[in-house]
Write a new protein. Structure first.
Length: 327
């Protein structure tokens, strides 16, 4: 029997102006989800079940950007995406463009287990969801008052606007300054970058690794935009060595195939888990901003980010547990 380990994240790129109350709310949610996963692992639940369970909990709470509380497109709608991967056989499932599915991560798993495909999107994914009988909601279930306000600010600034937990009053006061930020995405200027994708990685007592990632994407994104979260090898990856979930600047993560690179440098360069995580964040992002969480089949856990902060929590069987935001 091996050692279990688990990590969760709620996004990288935290605005330093985030009020203390909002920080505590985020930590409480991460702690709750971490304890949920710990309990499942102690009950000998397979890692693939654990990561789905934890991400479902994150999707059901509007605090982060996935499921309920997802970021809004330029048209004021949601287009959610998610992926899940089971390390032992490298099975995977992914979905994009969801507008009615309450828990996108569970639909991604159904794609993996109940379809002949690995990835379904938009109307095809919605049709598959109806056939599978998953729980559906009207679009207004996913939309929060804060996100409507943030979309309005983003449109006024003609930009992509991020941190969903900054109170609108504070955000409005700083919106002009935010637009002067030197940050860019694909060469275009953006405002303060704080995507809040959620994810979970776990290794169970049998040494099986799994990873799951879910997001609403970017506030004021173009309709049809697909980020790194549903892309196997970019935002999510699991194999017999490790499980990885990424968050941050999706376009940079896609170019770097960031999640797969962690496994690749472990396999081909012989690096340990934390060494591999450090390497890809330091060497593969080409100026992009991102973070990731990872576990190894040996019960190790690691995280790394090059942003102001990353909402994360991790725990191992030997009693280590940490929940944090800043470096």
């Amino acid at each position: 029997m091996g050692r279990w380990a688990i990590a969760v994240h709620g996004g990288a790129g935290v605005d330093p102006n985030l009020p203390q109350q909002r920080q505590e709310e985020a930590k409480q949610l991460l702690t709750r989800c971490l304890n949920l996963g710990i309990s499942a692992l102690r009950s000998n639940l397979p890692a693939i079940d654990v990561v789905e369970l934890v991400v479902r909990e994150l999707e059901s709470d509007p605090l982060f950007n996935s499921g309920r509380g997802s970021a809004l497109t330029e048209k004021g709608t949601v287009e959610m995406e998610a992926s899940i991967m089971d390390g032992p056989n490298r099975r995977c499932g992914a979905v994009s463009g969801l507008t009615t599915v309450k828990n996108p991560i569970s639909l991604a798993r159904l794609v993996m287990e109940k379809s002949p495909h690995s990835y379904l999107a938009f109307s095809g994914a919605e049709e598959f969801a109806r056939k599978q009988g998953v729980e559906l909601e009207q679009n207004d279930y996913f939309i929060t008052e804060d996100n409507v306000g943030m979309l309005k600010l983003a449109k006024e600034a003609n930009s992509i606007l991020f941190d969903y937990r900054i109170p609108l009053k504070t955000c409005s006061a700083g919106a002009a300054a935010a637009m002067e930020s030197p940050l860019q995405m694909n060469g275009l200027p953006i405002s303060v970058y704080a995507p809040e994708t959620v994810g979970c990685v776990a290794v169970d007592m049998e040494g099986r690794c799994a990873a799951a990632t879910s997001t609403g994407g970017l506030m004021n994104k173009m309709t049809g935009r697909i980020g790194d979260s549903p892309l196997i090898g970019s935002g999510t990856y699991a194999c017999d060595l490790c499980g990885v979930s990424c968050t941050g600047e999706g376009e940079a993560i896609i170019r770097a195939t960031l999640a797969r690179d962690v496994a690749a440098v472990m396999e081909y360069k012989g690096l340990g888990l934390q060494e591999a995580v450090n390497f890809v964040i330091n060497e593969r992002l080409d100026g992009g901003k991102a973070g990731l969480i990872a576990v190894s089949r040996n019960g190790e856990v690691a995280c790394r980010f090059n942003t102001n902060g990353m909402f994360r929590g991790c725990a191992t069987e030997d009693g280590f547990m940490e929940v944090g935001i800043w470096d």
